[in-house]
Ligand binder design. Structure first.
Ligand code: NAD
Ligand code: TYD
Length: 351
């Protein structure tokens, strides 16, 4: 008997890798991908599996509670992997309300639909909420985020994700809804929308445009290859203990400026440019408001309890990433030809 599994946000960056992994690995799951196809959603990301017999795409908005409930009534999902979100910090600074609607209200609509559909029949059911390390706030030079770290979100994006995490846990405690959560560090890899640092820099380097670095480039992020995150999501969905949270990270910290230097070297090699060419494109611009200094995950729990760790080291991951973007220029062109240009102008022209 096949099980109906709902994945939200499956046309986005991380979601498309999770959908592909699940469709290929679990032929007895009927995967329903619910995505509103906002600027960040792209069905081109799913070409490899779009005709698979165990895959279905539904266009819809999680902020519409009636629609979400109807979908649950129709498919009687046994499992939910919830990735749909507004995900970019800079956009949340410019326009917080979309983040409140999708990340908070949208999550509650899904929780309500699961609760009403499942009732007391909870055996085999599971609601998996995918979240970010940004809910923990900002670290100084030392220390790591563990699952015990107190929440201290500092951007509208991270505050909306923190709020959704709290609501998911509240449904576990109050209604016994079978939930599991994970909080992951920064992802990079194929199919990431070029508003985020790495694909934005790749695209600009390729086109000989300035690489905007906020402030002095000293902020630190812990980078994980997206396919390793998808593997972790598979692990937590199947083996994670109900009611628990798992931190996922790459154990791979870089200051933004050092990371961009590495990226410039890789790009020079791949584009057959003289060493040192791309570094000249680095341009320091006005800092992000409230810019978190450092994120770093302690991923001991998921390693010890679920036996997951990253499979790819950063030099290999960044090379694979650059190769993907250089081999998929049409993908980038399709994305950057439309409203992206307005976004870019608003975001960077005044910096
Ligand atoms: P993304 O922005 O690339 O994709 C988000 C997807 O959600 C898009 O396909 C979009 O169309 C869809 N969506 C947005 N609003 C919707 C709505 N109202 N209804 C239905 N669909 C909607 O995001 P991502 O980087 O793939 O992140 C996925 C999840 O992982 C998010 O919950 C994010 O908070 C979390 N996360 C991301 C990172 C990262 O580095 N990108 C790290 C940790 C956690
Ligand atoms: P980003 O990819 O937006 O992820 P997040 O803010 O969720 O960590 O940014 C990663 C880091 O790079 C962050 O410290 C902000 C910085 N950054 C720049 O310096 N320039 C840019 O153009 C962007 C988009 C980000």
């Amino acid at each position: 008997m096949s099980k109906n599994i709902l994945i939200t946000g499956g046309a986005g960056f991380i979601g498309c890798h999770v959908v592909q992994l699940f469709v290929n690995k679990y032929p007895d799951y009927n995967i329903v991908n619910l995505d509103a196809l906002t600027y960040a959603g792209n069905l081109e990301n799913l070409r490899s599996i779009e005709n698979a017999p165990n895959y279905e795409f539904v266009k819809g908005d999680i902020t519409n509670g009636d629609f979400v409930q109807e979908l649950f009534s129709k498919y009687q999902f046994e499992g939910v992997l919830h990735l749909a979100a507004e995900s970019h910090v800079d956009r949340s600074i410019a326009n917080p309300m979309e983040f409140i609607m999708t990340n908070i209200v949208g999550t509650v609509n899904l929780l309500n639909a699961a609760r009403h559909t499942w009732g007391d029949n909870l055996k085999g059911k599971r609601f998996y909420h995918i979240s970010t390390d940004e809910v923990y706030g900002s670290l100084g030079e030392t220390g790591f985020f563990t699952e015990e770290t107190a929440y201290d979100p500092r951007s509208p994006y991270s505050a909306s994700k923190a709020s959704s995490d709290h609501l998911v846990r509240a449904y576990w405690h109050t209604y016994k809804l079978p939930v599991v959560l994970s909080n992951c560090s920064n992802n990079y890899g194929p199919n990431q929308f070029p508003e985020k640092l790495i694909p934005l820099a790749i695209n600009n380097i390729e086109n000989n445009r300035p690489i905007p670095i906020y402030g002095k480039g000293e902020n630190i992020r812990d980078w994980l290859f997206v396919i390793d995150h998808a593997r972790a999501i598979d692990t937590v969905f199947h083996d994670g203990k109900l009611g628990e949270t798992y931190n996922i990270g790459g154990n791979n910290e870089w200051t933004n400026i050092d990371l961009i230097h590495v990226l410039c070297d890789v790009m020079d090699k791949k584009l057959n440019r003289e060493e040192g060419t791309s570094i000249k494109l680095i341009t320091f611009v006005k800092d992000r408001a409230g810019h978190d200094m450092r994120y770093a995950i302690d991923a001991t729990k998921i390693k010890n309890e679920l036996n997951w760790e990253p499979s790819l080291q950063f030099p290999e991951g960044i090379e694979k990433t650059v190769d993907w973007y250089l081999n998929n220029k049409q993908w980038m062109e399709n994305i950057t030809s439309g409203s992206y240009q307005d976004y870019y102008q608003k975001q960077y022209d005044e910096r």
